[in-house]
Write a protein that binds this ligand. Structure first.
Ligand code: ADP
Ligand code: ZN
Ligand code: ZN
Length: 668
């Protein structure tokens, strides 16, 4: 082939396309005389025998694809790029850092209809913006809050990461709002990321009541049409405040002035499938590219962020007092060893619940396990109902008379006779939230009971109505899973009971104790938010557990110091970097063999495995994993880059589904 001179070659456009391949695809312009579509604009292109929508990522003047095979762009969908320059750099970084196909990464910045090529003007028939008047006026800040606001606002024109560590109720949200107020006045916009809006509509309400400006709300619970409208109002600059969950971190926002990540420790910021990004980490990168401050707020910061703050990479702003009138709750440990438990509730706790309810207060009981019971057991032969497609026991759901798999969703009617020995001596063993509720029903129904978990809130509107019952006091005994722990503000709650603390203390996952501590503190934060003193009762069979006693006696910062020391000694994150390669296949050996073919890890990277996954069979597939651990992030990423291209070239791998999880949260 004769190499052409540069001037003969029209611009080549590199496009991110929804494809599992970790590469961009080259195209020629629609016709030689047209000007190239801008970076960040969507284009419609031919791909195999299909037409797809992609995003322009680069312009080039050369391609490794021979000119004769280089296909032409069919149409440019956006004259102006929908994504700003900083966001474009963030997406480029994210595709590399998470070793994920760029097409999926880039398209995750768009709502579904726009991914399919709908023009922005068509997607939005009308943006309903009857924004409410601000009804709420700001309180006078206390001196800690005032110092925090001043320190953060002083750096509003540069990249400046802050960890805002403040006990629950210390007025962090108030700080976000006062910062927002200042930034709005200088013409900026603010992005607020929250763990789950469905669970905590309060934060949106609080911003609406404080600010009489257009607010865009983005979360996965909304239909695509509405999501597209909200996105366009953010992208077009009409919305001044954007509040959203994880994926909102990729929303284009002109003149972005600050990012807030509320409850930054929350695990739901990490996407657990497909493009496994961590929205908090992406947000920090975005703030860097936008050159703006970012505030990571939490009462129980992640060990990652705490280390960054303690080492000076982030500024550490602390709030030590509760704002307003509320006082911190008193904590009581109930040793349940040799105590009779009735549906997980000790006599001591039972009596306290009754006393609080009789006094007209509200009580919250917390158990991290939904369903009636975790096992359906034959007393005569020991048979246990298992899922046929996953390596787990089926969970008893008594009200619906079903056994259900919490991993693949399989359901069946509860068998009355044992399939192995025909005995009818079958029992539900163990306790979930449904059983706690049922056990308390008789005695406590007169106070109004609301059980809040994924089972009772599946139908649209049920969560809202239960939260309303809780807020008005119609339901005074609240029983729930961690859904209850998130940010709700029920001033009448004076007692919070934690029924089984020990799951977190005894688990093999290295993050379990961190999560347990965060949950305990967050749940405890639900007590005594009003004017009455709150109390937290913790039931445990290991009251002397060192991390638990440290947490209870000296609080979360002391716990975190100790937990960080343990992580450092074990060379675990945040003192090292992890990546998990998961593989699954129809046969037991294929997934393991696939990981085995990768070969030895590079110098500086420790490989643990390949091993069968802790839950080897899931949804009928066999799973294996390879855990990589490195002190040096660079060495780990170079190895992942080499391996991903090796896998993509390996024909034997076609039957194996594989994923890379950079900075995995769970190792399962
Ligand atoms: P956090 O977000 O840290 O849990 P909030 O911002 O929700 O705390 O504040 C807790 C409660 O205290 C809220 O009811 C809030 O309105 C109130 N509050 C916050 N700051 C002040 C203040 N400076 N003076 C009086 N009340 C305040
Ligand atoms: Zn049996
Ligand atoms: Zn299953």
């Amino acid at each position: 082939m004769i190499k052409k001179t540069r001037t003969d070659i029209e611009t080549v456009v590199r496009v991110a396309i929804p494809s599992p391949l970790r590469k961009l695809f080259d195209y020629r312009l629609t016709d030689a005389s047209s000007s190239p579509p801008k970076i960040g604009a969507r284009v419609r292109v031919p791909f195999g025998r299909r037409e797809v929508v992609g995003v322009v990522v680069e312009h080039a003047d050369d391609s490794s694809v021979p000119e004769s095979r280089l296909r032409r762009i069919i149409a440019t969908l956006d004259d102006e790029p929908l994504l700003g320059a900083a966001l474009i750099r963030v997406l480029q970084w994210a595709a590399g850092y998470y070793h994920h196909p760029p097409g999926e990464v880039w398209l995750s910045a768009f709502p579904t209809s726009l991914r399919k090529g709908v023009k922005t003007r068509r997607a939005v028939a009308e943006i309903p913006r009857a924004d409410t008047e601000a009804t709420d006026s700001p309180p006078e800040l206390n001196s800690e809050q005032d110092a925090a606001v001043n320190e953060i606002i002083a750096r509003h024109e540069t990249f400046a990461p802050f960890l805002l560590e403040g006990v629950t109720g210390s007025g962090k949200t108030e700080i976000y709002q006062q910062l927002t107020d200042r930034l709005l006045k200088s013409g900026k916009r603010v992005l607020v990321l929250v763990p789950e809006i469905g669970l905590t509509p309060q934060i949106v309400e609080r911003f609406r009541q404080r600010f009489g400006v257009a607010i865009a709300v983005l979360h996965s619970g909304m239909g695509d049409a509405q999501r597209a409208r909200e996105w366009i109002s953010a992208q077009g600059g009409e919305a001044r405040i954007i509040i959203g969950t994880r994926s909102a971190v990729f929303t284009p926002i002109p003149e972005l002035g600050m990012i807030v990540v509320d409850e930054e420790h929350d695990g739901s910021f990490k996407q657990q499938e497909g493009f496994r990004y961590h929205a908090r980490d992406v947000a920090v990168m975005r703030a860097r590219e936008e050159r703006i401050p970012i505030v990571l707020g939490s009462a129980t910061p992640s060990l990652e962020s705490l280390l960054n703050a303690r080492s000076g990479r982030y500024r550490h702003v602390q709030l030590t007092k509760r704002a307003g009138a509320a006082v911190p709750p008193e904590i009581q440990v109930i040793d349940i060893r040799r105590q009779p438990l009735s549906n997980l509730i000790s006599k001591v706790l039972h009596d306290e619940v009754l006393a609080e309810l009789n006094a007209g207060h509200q009580v919250m009981l917390f158990l991290n396990r939904r369903g009636f019971a975790p096992t359906w057991f034959c007393h005569d032969c020991g048979w246990i109902a298992r899922c046929s497609r996953c390596d787990v026991n089926l969970v008893v759901h008594q009200r619906s008379a079903q056994l259900r798999c919490h991993h693949c969703g399989a359901e069946q009617v509860i068998p009355k006779a044992c399939p192995k020995c025909r005995s009818e001596n079958l029992h539900a063993v163990g306790t979930g939230t449904e059983r706690v509720e049922q056990g308390m029903m008789h005695e406590f129904e007169r106070f109004g009971i609301a059980r809040i978990d994924r089972d009772t809130t599946r139908r649209k509107g049920t969560l809202e109505s239960m939260l309303a019952d809780a807020a008005t006091g119609r339901a005074r005994l609240l029983i729930g899973t961690q859904m209850l722990a998130k940010g709700h503000h029920f001033p009448a709650v004076t007692l919070v009971g934690i029924l089984n603390t020990d799951q977190g203390l005894l688990s093999a996952d290295f993050r379990a104790s961190e999560r347990m501590a965060q949950l305990l503190v967050q749940v405890a934060g639900r007590a005594g938010r009003g004017e009455t003193l709150g109390r937290v009762a913790i039931q445990t069979a290991c009251p002397e557990h060192p991390l638990l006693s440290l947490l209870l006696k000296q609080g979360y910062p002391a716990f975190a110091t100790q937990a960080l020391a343990e992580r450092e000694a074990a060379e675990l994150p945040p003192f090292s970097h992890l990546a998990l390669i998961r593989a699954e296949a129809a046969g037991r050996d294929a997934a393991l063999a696939f990981l085995g073919r990768l070969g030895p890890a590079a110098a500086g990277v420790t490989a643990l495995g390949p091993t069968p996954a802790p839950m080897e069979k899931r949804k009928g597939h066999f799973r294996a994993q390879l855990l990589l651990l490195a002190k040096d992030r660079g060495a780990l990423h170079r190895l992942l880059t080499r391996w991903t291209s090796q896998i993509e070239d390996d024909v034997q791998s076609r039957r194996v589904r594989w994923t890379i999880d950079v900075d995995p949260m769970g190792l399962f």
